[in-house]
Design a protein around this ligand. Structure first.
Ligand code: ADP
Ligand code: MG
Length: 292
């Protein structure tokens, strides 16, 4: 591409809310064959609601939710915001948490009132060897209704399972349909539960769904999608998406996402509107057509 045509193309994109951080992404995007999306905050609003809460026998619901909200208060994950919001809506006093550590793509851990509080995905609990049998049935029910199950563990004991629902963005289906109409393959790669990923994938008509992967697993999933001659695009919003955004031929960050995602991406959708993916593709092809 000539420098002038790239400048014109990226300038028009910027007017439409699509920021090309690297000019050469315009050319690579015009060759795109596969578009893979993160789920939470990318295809979904990332504004979940707490829709279920089951505590283990003998546990006080309000106390447990307050302790969970204490560690989540330090997390910038969309699920964390929903949990804190729910605790506040119930008028609970949320204690302070210390030593909070994010377990990216898995959950969060911290110390509240001298107790170690762990909140996160079922696979995190399995990995940590936590006995979740008392809450298994409640968790299965949450997963079966396509909500995200999150376990809470206090001092090594599973005390609660929470269900969070996160609606898909209004124009997600239209965006996916338009990409497929152009002959692109589509994929969903998420750290969330398989049942939730399958439900979202099916509702949007996405070709390939990969679930329950950690940030490095997103890169491996991209590699699995790659066939000879492919140009892979990954669209994401979270810290957990940074490796995949870097590994893809073109990384596109949703502008409402985390700074880490935005700094890693080649292209940023300023508003978080998924229609920007189509806009970026249109402009890249139009620009390259004028040159070739
Ligand atoms: P996605 O890939 O769809 O953006 P993430 O990788 O951000 O999803 O999260 C994957 C899973 O990790 C979530 O579905 C949840 O189970 C768990 N998780 C991550 N962060 C948190 C947190 N702060 N609190 C509770 N669970 C979390
Ligand atoms: Mg995300």
């Amino acid at each position: 591409a000539t420098p002038v045509s790239v400048m014109v193309g990226t300038g028009r994109a910027a007017d439409l809310g699509v920021l090309f951080r690297r000019g050469d992404a315009l050319q690579r995007l015009s060759d795109a064959t596969v578009i893979a999306f993160d789920k939470t905050g990318t295809l979904t609003l990332g504004a979940s609601d707490l829709t279920a809460l089951t505590v283990a026998p003998g546990q006080d619901e309000g106390r447990v939710l307050a302790q969970i909200a204490a560690v989540e208060g330090a997390s910038e994950h969309p699920l964390a915001r929903a949990i804190v919001k729910a605790a506040k809506a119930r008028g609970l006093t949320v204690p302070a948490a210390t030593q909070v550590t994010a377990l990216t793509g898995m959950g969060v851990r911290g110390v509240v009132d001298g107790a170690v509080v762990f909140v996160g995905a079922p696979r995190l609990m399995v990995q940590e060897g936590i006995d979740i049998s008392a809450l298994r049935q409640a968790a299965d029910q949450i997963a079966a209704s396509a909500q995200t199950p999150v376990f809470a563990v206090i001092d090594g004991m599973a005390v609660a399972v929470l269900g969070l629902s996160d609606p898909v963005k209004p124009n997600a289906a239209k965006t996916i349909a338009a990409l497929k109409a152009r002959g692109l393959r589509t994929a969903l790669i998420t750290g969330d539960a398989q049942s939730v990923a399958d439900a979202v994938g099916a509702s949007l008509g996405i070709d390939t769904v990969v679930a329950e992967v950690r940030p490095e697993g997103k890169v491996a999933a991209l590699d699995d999608l790659r066939r000879a001659g492919d140009t892979l695009v990954f669209v994401g919003d979270g810290i957990n998406d940074a490796p995949a955004l870097a590994a893809a031929d073109v990384g596109i960050a949703v502008g409402t996402g985390t700074d880490v995602a935005i700094e890693t991406a080649d292209v940023v959708l300023m508003s978080g509107d998924l229609a920007g993916v189509g806009t970026a593709l249109n402009l890249s092809r139009a620009t390259l057509r004028n040159i070739r």
